[in-house]
Design a protein around this ligand. Structure first.
Ligand SMILES: Nc1nc2c(ncn2[C@@H]2O[C@H](COP(=O)(O)OP(=O)(O)OP(=O)(O)O)[C@@H](O)[C@H]2O)c(=O)[nH]1
Ligand SMILES: [Zn+2]
Length: 212
């Protein structure tokens, strides 16, 4: 851990109990935490599940309205979110729900990029064709939220080394990187293969076959 955190301090604002009740019967008790002083001024949310303990299991989940809320199978975000809730509730930890829709370019730009993907571009080429960064995400607010929760050491649930790298640079000690599941469908297999081929994501390329 760095002696001086690279991110300015944020503080907790509200902390409220929210029982989670899913349609399939899964349930857990969560606390939602809001913050003052987040670097980018967005309304990011922390969800504390179970007893975080000394080294909590943490996921930085980037907002995906289409996958998280609407059930879109064009990506793997919905199943990853559900998996994260269950694994974090089992072990104790925090899910940071970061308002970084479309890898930070926003919902309308993401849907513009989807239209280009329907014409044959991959997920990164489509962003570039729109004159936008392939990945515009910055995890400064995530590091601020963890510190405001009194957390400076985590096990990070992700296949994306950039998340671990940025958190480390921001003074959060990432003890271990825990892989998320791989949730392929015939609609997202090209997207997942592009992630495996074009970025450092630790996705098993050979296992990326459509399953649903
Ligand atoms: N611009 C763009 N964003 C997308 C697309 N598909 C998913 N996203 C966004 O990507 C973000 C999820 O990022 P991913 O790269 O799938 O996964 P990750 O968060 O980097 O890595 P993991 O922690 O391993 O899940 C969410 O904000 C989604 O809205 C796409 O085709 N174009
Ligand atoms: Zn998604």
């Amino acid at each position: 851990m760095a002696d001086t955190p690279a991110a300015p301090a944020a503080t907790q604002r509200a902390r409220v109990r929210v029982p989670l009740r899913f349609a399939d019967g899964y349930h857990a008790d969560a606390e939602l935490v809001t913050f003052h002083g987040l670097a980018d001024g967005r309304e990011h949310l922390a969800m504390v599940l179970g007893d975080p303990g000394e080294v909590p299991l943490v996921r930085l989940h980037s907002e995906c309205l289409t996958g998280d809320v609407l059930g879109s199978a064009r990506c793997d975000c919905g199943p990853q979110l559900r998996e994260a809730v269950e694994r974090i509730a089992d072990r104790g930890g925090v899910l940071l729900y970061l308002r970084q829709e479309g890898r930070g370019i926003g919902l309308y730009n993401k849907l513009d990029a989807y239209a280009l993907q329907d014409e044959g571009l991959d997920t990164y080429e489509a962003n570039a064709a729109l004159g936008l960064p392939e990945d515009a995400r910055d995890y400064t607010a995530g590091a601020q939220m963890l510190r405001a929760l009194g957390i400076d050491r985590v096990d990070l649930l992700t296949n994306n080394p950039d998340k671990a790298g940025q958190l480390g640079d921001l003074g959060v000690d990432v003890r271990d990187r825990v892989p998320t599941g791989v949730f392929t469908t015939r609609h997202n297999v090209h997207y997942l293969r592009a992630k495996a081929l074009r970025t450092q994501h630790t996705l098993p390329l050979a296992e990326l076959h459509a399953t649903g």
